[in-house]
Write a protein that binds this ligand. Structure first.
Ligand SMILES: Cc1ncc(COP(=O)(O)O)c(C=O)c1O
Length: 500
């Protein structure tokens, strides 16, 4: 086959669907990924292949423009894989300790590939019988691990924590404001509110906007000294709202909240919600996975009392994005979310199927087999692996905290409850920097570390104080990495101070 003899459309299609080509290219991919993973674990590569968007975008265009030129598919494929690896983010580098996205268990990706190469989808059971079955089994299993009573609860899987919170809060809205699905929420005299806490993830307020509640109708309960929802303040707020006759959609607690990983006191919040007869929701996107750990599961005590809660497997169960779970304590509530008919999908000759068709309960109609990765690693290794990952990453974070306490030129801004640690580098007093300037210096240091590819950590702002934030999302991050991080921050900060 040469470029002088153009292929016919049938030949091009046969080439695209060739099982032999899949095998040959697949072998190369797996071999290359194995090599890549070894290099990352040896710390031979940079963490982030940092480039400004323009060159990356122009290279992406170039790959598209030159498509089909190369008669040799394998060499073209090799080139594309190389480009993707060289321009991507190396989340599996043990010095990636940035956002709450894990160095996922690599084998989970193989199961995901199985789902996507065979294009397993859901909406109705018959389109994805195995995908639906593993999803349901995982909902039942994880729900039980989380303390729900088998047979009484239900759940669903969706594309990420934001969509999971939106789905659960939509259910809460429909239950709390009975006619809202059909008539909207404008018919009530008093505008309804959503109650959450000051550090809640932005997707909670965004949900209020999407659900027609309005972002200004979100009441943020003040935090206590550990940045957790203050239960006394919540009690006062709910008492006032009830007295005024203001409709309350839900109280949305956090387990944990994003900024420093603080876990709200769920049992106390559940008592208060029960007393005021308010729907309790918990955003446990990051923290739900502690349910697997004997050592840390106390952090979410009380979660099973919530009417709804969400947990992201693509965060702390270490599987690839996206794989988010919504749980309802009362299994009937799953049918309150959408009150719609779709006769072409849901077959009245098999009404029992509605209990298992995912499209009845998710925003998505067609939905990818999002749980293949989780099902694969759970079935291969058993659920102990999730406990191991939590315990290990939490212990590494604790060790980092201890190092920060020991170092004179670093300050931890809190004691970690999980794998999130916010801290600052404190420059020598001779530089006489203001609070703002210290924050600015920390931000510059983090940019330098990111762009150099030595580490990937993030910056944050706590009550106006600029700071650094680490989230240990790789169980292979070790003590030497932590020591090197402190040393690199120190060196980089001093260089910046000297050069200014
Ligand atoms: C507490 C919390 N909730 C929700 C989300 C959003 O999850 P996702 O990024 O999967 O949409 C995040 C993301 O970090 C989070 O930390």
């Amino acid at each position: 086959m040469t470029s002088e003899t153009p292929l016919t459309s049938r030949q091009r299609i046969r080439r695209a669907y060739s099982p032999q080509t899949l095998e040959t290219l697949g072998e190369h991919l797996i071999e290359r990924l194995g090599e890549h993973l070894s290099q990352l674990q040896r710390r031979d590569e940079v963490v982030l292949n940092w480039k400004l968007p323009e060159p990356n975008l122009s290279l992406a265009h170039e790959t598209l423009s030159t498509a089909g030129d190369d008669p040799e598919l394998l060499s073209r494929f090799r080139g594309l894989i190389e480009i993707a690896i060289r321009h991507g983010h190396n989340l599996h580098h043990p010095r990636y300790i940035g956002h709450q996205v894990p160095a996922s268990i690599p084998l989970a990706g193989l199961f995901d590939a199985l789902g996507s190469i065979t294009n397993q989808v859901m909406a109705v059971y018959e389109m994805g019988p195995w995908a639906t079955s593993v999803e349901r089994a995982l909902i039942e299993r994880w729900g039980a691990v989380l303390g729900l009573t088998p047979g009484t609860f239900s759940g669903l899987v969706t594309h990420g924590g934001s969509l999971a919170n939106l789905t659960a809060l939509l259910t809460a809205r429909n239950v709390s404001l009975k006619e809202s699905w059909s008539q909207g929420i404008g018919h009530s005299n008093r505008l309804p509110v959503l109650v959450t806490q000051a550090d809640a993830h932005y997707c909670v307020t965004r949900s209020a906007g999407i659900l027609g509640i309005g972002t200004e109708q979100v009441i943020k309960v003040p935090l206590d000294g550990r940045r957790r929802m203050d239960p006394n303040a919540l009690d006062d707020i709910l008492a006032r709202l009830r007295k005024e006759g203001t409709p309350i959609v839900a109280v949305s607690a956090s387990a944990c909240a994003t900024p420093i990983g603080a876990f709200d006191p769920l049992n106390e919040i559940a008592d208060i919600c029960e007393r005021h007869d308010v729907w309790m929701h918990v955003d446990a996107a990051h923290g739900g996975a502690v349910s697997f750990s004997e050592k840390h599961r106390h952090l979410i005590d009380g979660i099973a009392r919530a009417d709804s809660f969400i947990c992201d497997a693509h965060k702390t169960l270490f599987v690839p994005a996206l794989c988010a779970f919504v749980f309802y304590k009362d299994k009937q509530h799953r049918f309150e979310t959408f009150q719609q008919d779709a006769p072409y999908l849901f077959d009245p000759s098999a009404p029992g199927m509605a209990n298992i068709d995912s499209g009845m309960v998710t925003i998505e109609c067609t939905k990818r087999a999002a749980t293949y990765g989780l099902w694969g690693v759970w079935s291969l290794f058993g659920q102990q692996i999730f406990s191991d990952l939590i315990d290990e990453t939490f212990a590494t974070t604790r060790l980092f905290y201890e190092k920060l306490c020991e170092a004179e030129d670093f300050e931890p801004l809190h004691e970690p409850e999980c794998n999130i640690q916010v801290f600052r580098y404190l420059p020598p007093s001779k530089y006489d920097l203001s609070e703002q300037e210290v924050g600015e210096l920390n931000r510059k240091v983090r940019r330098h570390l990111m762009e150099s590819g030595e580490f990937y950590i993030v910056q944050t702002n706590l009550d106006g104080v600029g700071a650094l934030r680490v989230c240990v999302m790789n169980p292979l991050t070790n003590e030497a990495d932590l020591d090197q991080l402190l040393s690199s921050i120190r060196t980089s900060a001093l260089q910046l101070l000297e050069s200014e």
